[in-house]
Design a protein around this ligand. Structure first.
Ligand code: C2O
Length: 544
């Protein structure tokens, strides 16, 4: 195994998109930022120099961080931010994962432009469990904002209004030529006829779930979130923010130009969204036509198509990295999650029946981060008063979660703001039933767990019914993921083994729901041996 060492210089940069100049924060003057290419088992060392005017942290989305949680990155969960002018070196190993992950800022809304791919190939002597691709390419879906995304976040917190939408969606940083401002560059992938390509597709958007298609071509899914799947043929992909999908594409159509395109899967009812598509071009040699063929994407609210895709993926049990589903459960949790309200804060204008601010919650707790120390440091140094360990295993009341009219209950609507985490013993097995709630609005929430992959045992619509729905659990070959869209108006059941000590964030990867409190953390205790005990932080660990 090798050591892959690189530097990230993070600073403001002026770029031109949608026919105007905009100052963004970027890594090494590129959007998306640099791609990290490693082999399974390699050690990654990234020196981050913060030359931007903002506080900054970088998160390595989906990396297990075995005994290296000081490198995980979420601000005030594992570390204090790297101040402007400061630097910090992230060092971690990539053992036991092959496929596509990514990295992004985990501080305010900086990840709008501070993101890039993390590509993990098999180590020397090992192969993919599928046909060797002729070439590989990375397709990063993102958002473009004509405003500073940090200002949009501040507005969402101050007024409680849902933020305005991104001004465009992007593929590898470019909105594409379907947008009104056509002088933009459109990403182009030139293919050789009959060859097979491995495309690594990453949803790096802040708040947008995407449908993705390539005109006239079928795709074969072979991995999600850097975990191999059984080959799954499909015309359309669905990706929530944070998710990755690796697909095989064979250039088996008549020579021509074909668009690959993405537009929102807008699961929320009544929330306005930008209905533009972002496009890139798949180009065969000697194409005679000038306008590429456009794929017919599903309707914006096509939940059945999204569900069919998400619920039919299965894990590849013959993968060298497959871990069997734990058959016993030590921690059995039922977590309701959704949007609600919190008290109107000082200096805020709050009017009408909702004389409060938007909030989001899990089991009636709106999660707030500690302001001056990270949860992980507080855990490691036994600092009291930073968090409590009373995150409940069950919601306070049971009601019809999925029906706005039946469930409008003030006591559940107004959630207290707490820093409560769930403490579990080292190596315990955790099962979570996520139940989507509909107190205000109803939508598909992409839930992300730091530090672990989980198995997705089952998912469905309506209220979870323990007697019947537990019989649907796939304990044989469920898909393994780090981010799962809990179906709109429905539920999902996940299971994982808490075999890595630390404080692991679990939250909705829709960026607007994070500051509203849709999250908590698992505090995994040390196990008592050197292999199960978190070592001290590195010497350059950022201080508050
Ligand atoms: Cu990709 Cu906590 O995030």
């Amino acid at each position: 195994a090798d050591i892959v060492e690189t530097s990230f210089h993070v600073k403001n940069l002026t770029v031109n998109r949608l026919c105007q100049n905009q100052v963004i924060t970027a890594v090494n003057e590129s959007l998306p930022g640099p791609t990290l290419r490693v082999k399974e088992g390699d050690t990654v060392v990234v020196h981050v120099f913060n030359k931007s005017p903002y506080n900054l942290t970088i998160h390595w989305h989906g990396v297990f961080q075995r005994l290296t949680q000081w490198a995980d990155g979420p601000e005030f969960v594992t570390q204090c931010p790297i101040r402007p002018g400061g630097n910090y070196t992230y060092k971690f190993n990539l053992m036991g994962q092959v496929g596509t992950l990514w990295w992004h800022a985990h501080s305010q809304w900086l990840r709008a432009t501070v993101y890039g791919a993390l590509i993990i190939r098999p180590r020397d002597g090992q192969k993919y469990p599928f046909v060797k691709p002729y070439r590989e390419d990375t397709i990063m879906l993102g958002e473009w904002w004509n405003a500073d995304p940090n200002d949009v976040e501040s507005a969402a917190l101050a007024t409680g209004a849902a933020p305005v939408n991104a001004d465009a969606y992007t593929i590898n940083g470019w909105p594409g030529d379907m947008n009104t401002c056509r002088s933009n560059i459109t990403y182009r992938l030139d293919v050789v006829p009959r060859r097979t390509y491995l495309l690594r597709i990453i949803n790096a958007a802040l708040n947008t779930q995407f449908f993705f298609k390539i005109a006239n071509h079928n795709l074969t899914v072979v991995a999600v979130d850097a975990a191999y799947t059984n080959p799954f043929q499909t015309g359309v992909l669905v990706l929530g923010p944070g998710q990755t999908t690796d697909v095989l594409l064979t250039a088996n159509q008549s020579p021509g130009l074909y668009y690959m395109a993405a537009h929102p899967y807008a699961s929320a009812v009544g929330v306005p969204f930008n209905d533009n598509s972002t496009t890139a071009i798949l180009a065969y040699p000697n194409a005679t036509q000038t306008t590429p063929i456009l794929p017919a994407l599903p309707d914006f609210n096509d939940t059945p198509t999204a569900f069919t895709f998400s619920s039919n993926l299965t894990g590849l049990v013959t993968s060298p990295f497959w871990s069997p589903v734990p058959r016993t459960v030590d921690e059995n949790m039922f977590i309701t999650m959704g949007l609600g309200l919190s008290e109107c804060g000082a200096n805020q204008t709050c009017e009408g029946i909702f004389a409060q601010r938007m909030a989001a919650s899990m089991n009636n707790h709106s999660f707030v981060l500690p302001p001056r120390i990270s949860l992980l440091e507080a855990f490691f140094r036994n600092v009291s008063g930073v968090y409590t360990t009373d995150f409940p295993d069950r919601p306070p009341l049971v009601f019809d979660y999925t029906n706005v009219n039946n469930s409008f209950n003030q006591s559940l609507l107004m959630t207290p703001k707490l820093t409560s985490v769930k403490k579990v013993k080292f190596n315990s097995t955790v099962q979570i039933v996520f139940q989507n709630t509909a107190l205000i609005g109803i939508e598909n929430h992409p839930m992300h767990l730091h530090g672990f992959n989980f198995h997705v045992l089952a998912q469905g619509f309506g209220n979870y019914d323990p007697a019947n729905d537990s019989r649907k659990f796939n304990l044989v070959n469920p898909q393994e993921r780090n981010t799962l869209g809990v179906p709109v108006g429905g539920w999902a059941v996940i299971r994982f083994r808490a075999n890595n000590p630390g404080v692991w964030f679990i939250h909705c990867h829709l960026e607007v729901h994070l500051p509203w409190g849709l999250g908590t953390a698992f505090l995994v205790e040390n196990g008592g041996t050197p292999e199960s005990t978190l070592p001290p932080p590195p010497a350059d660990f950022p201080q508050c």
